[in-house]
Structures are given as C-alpha cells and as structure tokens.
Design a protein around this ligand. Structure first.
Ligand SMILES: [Zn+2]
Length: 99
C-alpha cells in the first residue's frame, strides 16, 4: 500500500500530469462527471483515475481520467480501498453514487 501511494505522488508531481489534468478539466468542462451522471451540475476540481492505479489502471490515458468534485472523489476512493481490502470483485460493489 505504501509503495503505491508513493507511486501516485510521483505521477502527480510531474509536469506531464499538470498538462493532462488541464486537458481533463477542459474536456469535462469543469463539471463533476459523477454528479453529471446523476443529473446534477457541480463544479469538479479533482482529476480521478477511473480504474485506480492500484487496479492497474493506466496513469497517463485521458480515457482513464475523469473530473470529480471532492465529495465524489472521497467516496470513490473510500469504496476502492474497501474493495481492495476485501478483494471482492463482484460488480455490485463497484457501483457508487454521488451524495
Ligand atoms: Zn460529484
């Protein structure tokens, strides 16, 4: 777990990530993509890996990135950690909603 966190930090510190982040903000028009799915327009300011790096998601693929608001991001991260802990891959546990 610790090595994975370091890996994340290495990515976020790069210039490449800063540029990719800007591209995601533009593509998603500054809106939280999860709230949007639920019919809500909410400003997003956090770029999230749709498939988490811990699950071998691609760190640099813009198709694996989405803009989220902090609430959605926290909730998604929380569920991912829970999922990793239980090693439960059932589809029902991967769905999450914005509160
Ligand atoms: Zn949201």
């Amino acid at each position: 777990m610790n090595s994975n966190k370091l890996y994340n930090r290495e990515i976020y510190a790069t210039r490449r990530w800063q540029q990719l982040r800007k591209a995601v903000l533009q593509r998603d028009k500054g809106l939280c993509q999860n709230c949007l799915k639920n019919g809500k327009y909410k400003t997003g300011n956090e770029v999230d890996h749709i498939i988490a790096l811990a699950e071998n998601g691609h760190p640099w693929d813009i198709n694996n990135l989405q803009l989220l608001c902090s609430e959605c991001h926290i909730e998604k991260t929380r569920l991912e950690h829970k999922k990793n802990r239980t090693k439960d891959k059932h589809p029902s546990t991967t769905s999450w909603v914005c509160v």
